[in-house]
Design a protein around this ligand. Structure first.
Ligand code: 3PG
Length: 213
């Protein structure tokens, strides 16, 4: 698949809702009820990070069992991560930054990648490789909505999903920028709610996030 087609897939996934939840899942058995709660709350695209041993099983379970969910893989650092997540059923991949090896692997894969960038030079390097949709990471420590707003004029062809340090209350200052399609954040799936199986609590957080803009 061409990079342009993969970018179109990324775009349609990012346009599904104002927030992409970034999930750290400790127990794969939580994956399906968590994803059902997010979808019920109006948040279909879900990024499950490869930060725990349960992540790939969680992606597989959501891909197979949760109607309406678009499950992606986060914290992709290598070609091996990309292949394993694609095999598990991920529909999109997210990386905190990029390496030449990861970009080459993404070129050879049909799994669409949303690569991370935090400087104008990184954005320009990714533009050269055909990427128009990028994750801005870590959004708040790297300069927040002011930095992103400053990129809108010189880099208008790039659209971002800022992630890192964003909350329900700070999301609107990012979402109001012309070069932001959605934001990412872990606040929709807090560890205590996952641990306690508080699916209605997660659905309520999703509902609040889905109403943003
Ligand atoms: C992460 O790296 O965990 C994501 O960017 C989410 O960041 P957050 O926990 O600050 O929302």
């Amino acid at each position: 698949m061409s990079i342009e087609n993969k970018q179109k897939q990324v775009e349609s996934t990012l346009r599904l809702a104002p927030v992409v939840p970034v999930v750290i899942i400790e127990d794969a058995r939580h994956a399906v009820p968590m994803a059902r709660a997010l979808v019920a709350g109006g948040i279909p695209a879900i990024e499950v990070t490869l930060r725990t041993p349960a992540a790939l099983d969680a992606i597989k379970a959501i891909a197979e069992e949760v109607e309406g969910a678009v499950v992606g893989v986060g914290t992709v650092l290598s070609a091996k991560d990309l292949r394993a997540a694609h095999k598990a059923g991920a529909k999109f991949a997210v990386s905190p930054g990029v390496s030449p090896g990861l970009l080459d692997a993404a070129d050879d894969s049909d799994l669409p990648l949303l690569p991370g960038a935090a400087t104008a030079s990184e954005v320009m390097t990714l533009l050269e490789r055909g990427y128009r949709f990028l994750k801005f990471f870590p959004a708040v420590p790297a300069g927040g909505h002011k930095l992103l707003g400053a990129w809108a004029s010189p880099l208008p062809q790039v659209t971002f999903c800022p992630t890192g340090g964003i909350s329900l209350s700070s999301a609107p200052e990012f979402l109001s920028l012309p070069n932001v399609v959605c934001v990412g954040g872990s606040w929709l799936t807090p560890a205590d709610k996952l641990r306690n199986g508080d699916w209605s609590g997660i659905e309520a957080l999703a509902r609040e996030a889905a109403a943003l803009r």
